[in-house]
Design a protein around this ligand. Structure first.
Ligand code: DLL
Length: 436
């Protein structure tokens, strides 16, 4: 089937396809992956017991640690001779997670990336500037294959050398930008420093931003800085890389659910939550051959919505990722998500979305500090204005977080920029723990 039609199937068609593919996947993992056979046997389930999509909830979960425990290729469902690509993501602890693709998986990946680019009608005549990292990270090559397949000219610039990136974008007439949202903002900043006007001196019309969370405020800041349409890309290496979901012209994030079957669970109990409720996103791959995964727990907190979208697509939508369950900070017993902080910062006039959250311990007390860059106008204004801004922000943060945070306003362009995923949290309590 033409990939353009796949986002418009009726719910019955989608679910029938999902069930057929789920049965096939369960059959394959049971017979080909000893880890799954053991898990299924322990749970007393045979592949033939999966008769409806509801039966999915009887199947065991898979977690990142399972991939690590079977490092490097232990969960692959095909012999190495059939693997044509290997990617891996480094974790903060222990062994990296390794993922493998067969030729068929590469075709699926390319298809979902075509559907991603299809959101902005990217095609022949477009110049795609791809500043996601090339290498073991799935971002660079994932976008690369999709861009070529839709017939665009792709510039594989990868990360780093920001000024050179800008030169290439300008000289080659880039129309589409692909990178993390934080880097997109940094590129605009550096363009301005170089005396360029990002809105006028470039030909960009849209961008595909992802690999890290971005609040509404950050998304708007990127769209405005460049004067472009903002499209979001969501994905994770274990499931395929980018291409699990993408936002449409109506701004809704659609999951390519004919390949990746989503559920939302309560992260504490594992119970499946009803449509619309927020919880941990779980995916079962429906077509992958190299590394099929059953009920993989992403740790991402989001929600699911089945009603058809304004854009006409019928595939299920997910709410923006509000954070990762393992990104959540517990400060003086209160749960704090970096996304909550970012949301407040982007609502207050005079600040930029460049910030770091610093958590420390003074004696027995946790201390939360937010370092945020002010914009040029405020910075060159008077001290009184800065004091007011600081007080206002502290008040807004206290209201949103139910917790006092100290604010440190810093000069524009002083916090470290990242080329890939931004690092927003410095938890000094961890450092101390590790020193002990
Ligand atoms: O980040 C794949 C990717 C590349 C997606 C380029 C989009 C664009 P990983 O390195 O395995 O894969 O990291 C996956 O990144 O579980 C989320 O926590 C986070 N993430 C990815 N996209 C988004 C997004 C790639 N749009 C992890 N919003 C995921 C929020 C995102 N978080």
């Amino acid at each position: 089937m033409d990939w353009r039609k796949k986002d418009y199937l009726s719910r019955e068609e989608i679910e029938a396809l999902q069930l057929r593919r789920l049965k096939d996947t369960v059959e394959r993992v049971y017979h080909l992956v000893p880890f799954y056979r053991q898990k299924f046997d322990e749970a007393g389930i045979k592949p033939a017991d999966v008769k409806s999509l509801e039966d999915l909830r009887r199947l065991p979960f898979t977690v990142k640690q399972d991939l690590r425990d079977h490092y490097p290729f232990g969960l692959f469902a095909v012999p190495l001779e059939r693997i044509v690509r290997i990617h891996s993501s480094s974790g903060t602890t222990g062994k990296p997670t390794v993922v493998g693709y067969t030729e068929h998986d590469m075709a699926v990946w390319t298809e979902v990336m075509c559907r991603t680019f299809g959101m902005a009608n990217v095609g022949p005549g477009d110049v795609v500037h791809n500043a996601y990292g090339y290498g073991l990270f799935t971002g660079g090559l994932g976008f690369h294959y999709g861009a070529e397949a839709v017939g665009a000219a792709v510039v594989p610039s990868s990360v780093g050398f920001t000024k050179r990136q800008l030169m290439l974008m300008r000289d080659f007439g880039a129309t589409i930008l692909c990178c993390t949202p934080s880097y997109a903002l940094h590129l605009a900043e550096v363009a301005e420093e170089e005396g360029l006007n990002p809105r006028e001196d470039f030909k960009l019309r849209a961008g595909f931003f992802g690999a890290e969370p971005a609040s509404e405020g950050l998304r708007q800041a990127v769209a405005e800085a460049w004067g472009i349409d903002y499209f979001e890309a969501y994905g994770l290496s274990e499931i395929i890389g980018p291409g699990v979901a993408a936002s449409c012209p109506a701004g809704e994030l659609h999951i390519f659910e004919d390949h990746f079957l989503p559920e939302i669970i309560n992260p504490e109990t594992g119970e499946v939550l009803p449509e619309g409720e927020e919880g941990e996103l779980v995916f079962t791959t429906l077509t992958k051959q190299g590394l099929p995964l059953i009920r993989y727990r992403t740790r991402d907190i989001a929600s699911l919505h089945k009603a058809p979208c304004k854009c006409g697509r019928t595939v299920i939508r997910m709410g923006r990722v509000v954070g990762r369950s393992d990104d959540m900070l517990i400060v003086s017993g209160v749960n704090v998500f970096p996304s909550q902080v970012e949301h407040v910062l982007t609502q207050v006039e005079g600040l930029t979305p460049n910030y770091v959250i610093v958590v420390d311990k003074r004696g027995v007390l946790d201390v939360l500090e937010i370092w945020v860059e002010v914009d040029e106008r405020v910075f060159t204004g008077d001290i009184g204005a800065l004091e007011n801004l600081k007080r206002k922000l502290e008040e807004e943060l206290a209201n949103a977080l139910f917790l006092r945070a100290r604010v440190k306003l810093v000069e524009p362009r002083t916090l470290e920029r990242s080329m890939g995923k931004a690092k927003r949290v410095v938890d000094r309590r961890e450092l101390e723990k590790n020193l002990k």
